[in-house]
Design a protein around this ligand. Structure first.
Ligand code: AMP
Length: 249
């Protein structure tokens, strides 16, 4: 079983985001970038499937600029076998990414795609769902456990207020939630080895996909600063304020 793991290069989660002066997005110049944390979880899961003998090959793929090679090398250092960079400059919307990924899945004859549940930059949470629809495959989103069986997979999903177990037929698209696993750190020898692993470069046109944007960001704003709190003299005053000022009880 060949597993494809799409990984996105995003602003490092530890970086404090700043909005561009014109409000047309967030500042990306000279900002540390990393693999999207949910994609790390997806890579980890694919590698574990290979270690358990359930997957034969793990291929990481990124749709993005030349610098996304670093993100792919991170995936290779974690243990993926090969990488594909679909070279696209500028922002790519989830629908375009899903169309490109469909092309990659078909060219690679992959049996399972594990994505992150969402990219922490735009918080779209759309790519996996769109990819499953475009491929006509089953999908299991927000996975916290994956058990691969013969021609099927049982996936535990994180839903509001609990967990849901579903059985999906293979091939399938799975999106990884936070509790699926704890991704490993790549060791130095593996980082060195990853430099020699194959990384193929493609373009969106190779898959017949136009990545022209369909959406326009109208405004981006920093969250408002938190107002200072107040001290209340008694529980009765607190209840009064919650009921009559905040109107939350
Ligand atoms: P999103 O739908 O943008 O929140 O992203 C969900 C998941 O789709 C990510 O965690 C990645 O696995 C995948 N994905 C999104 N954008 C890209 C991209 N440009 N290249 C590769 N994978 C992507």
């Amino acid at each position: 079983m060949k597993v494809l793991v799409p990984v996105k290069r995003v602003v490092d989660p530890n970086v404090k985001i700043r909005v561009k002066a014109g409000g047309e997005g967030v500042e990306l110049a000279n900002v540390k970038m990393s693999m999207n944390p949910f994609c790390e979880i997806a890579v980890e899961e694919a590698i574990r499937l290979k270690e358990k003998g359930k997957a034969s090959e793990v291929v990481v793929v990124s749709v993005g600029p030349a610098q996304a090679q670093e993100t792919l090398r991170t995936g290779l250092a974690m243990g993926a076998d090969r990488a594909i960079l679909v070279n696209v400059e500028g922002a790519v919307e989830p629908l375009a990414v899903a169309k490109v990924l469909k092309g990659v899945v078909e060219a690679e004859a992959a049996d399972l795609v594990i994505l992150g549940k969402q990219a922490i930059d735009d918080d779209c949470n759309q790519t996996g769902q769109m990819l499953a629809a475009l491929l006509g495959w089953s999908q299991a989103t927000f996975a916290s456990k994956i058990e691969l069986g013969d021609g099927k997979a049982v996936v535990e999903r994180e839903v509001d207020g609990g967990l849901q177990s579903i059985e999906v037929t293979l091939p399938t698209v799975v999106t990884a939630d936070l509790r699926l696993n704890e991704p490993r750190f790549a060791s130095l020898p593996n980082i060195m080895k990853a430099k020699k692993k194959p990384l193929e470069e493609k373009s969106a046109a190779d898959y017949g996909v136009s990545v022209a944007p369909r959406l326009k960001v109208l405004a981006t704003e920093e969250p408002g600063t938190r107002k200072a709190g107040i001290k209340v003299a008694s529980p009765a005053e607190l209840i009064d304020k919650l009921r009559n000022e905040a109107r939350v009880i």
